[in-house]
Write a protein that binds this ligand. Structure first.
Ligand code: NI
Length: 137
């Protein structure tokens, strides 16, 4: 187990009140856990900014009846196969598909992949969840 270190933090009262309200809203068990989470979020943000090895997921919503669109989605995935570690296709209803694409690789390539999907006309929604491989945090 990692050694734990204690340190004191001085905050203006109103900022601490806001922090405590946030902790309550997000159901953190303690201030310490909330601060650890905030620090990890910043480290992950830095990994993404510095083009480090990251993990994440792209989700797409699109209408599979538009065959050209479907082909483009598949072509893009083949072009980025080095960063895609898994893809799951879910038929949401008669028209709409949800695709969840798991990624592991350099953050710039992940962002390029996001950009490629955003450039496809007809995709209803695209999101990128920026996470971490777990290393360095
Ligand atoms: Ni489908």
């Amino acid at each position: 187990m990692t050694d734990l270190f204690r340190f004191g933090i001085s905050l203006p009262r109103d900022l601490l009140d806001k922090f405590d309200r946030l902790i309550k809203e997000k159901d953190y068990p303690s201030r310490s856990e909330a601060i650890r989470d905030l620090i990890r979020q910043e480290l992950i943000k830095e990994q993404w900014q510095l083009n480090k090895e990251v993990a994440g997921a792209i989700t797409l919503i699109y209408n599979h009846h538009k065959r050209e669109l479907l082909n483009k989605v598949i072509d893009i995935q083949h072009n980025f196969q080095k960063i895609i570690i898994s893809a799951q296709h879910i038929h949401l209803d008669h028209h709409n598909c949800l695709e969840i694409i798991a990624l592991k690789g350099r953050s710039k390539i992940a962002k390029d992949l996001l950009g490629a999907f955003k450039g496809v006309k007809g995709i209803k929604h695209v999101t990128l969840s920026m996470s971490t491989t777990g290393m360095g945090i």
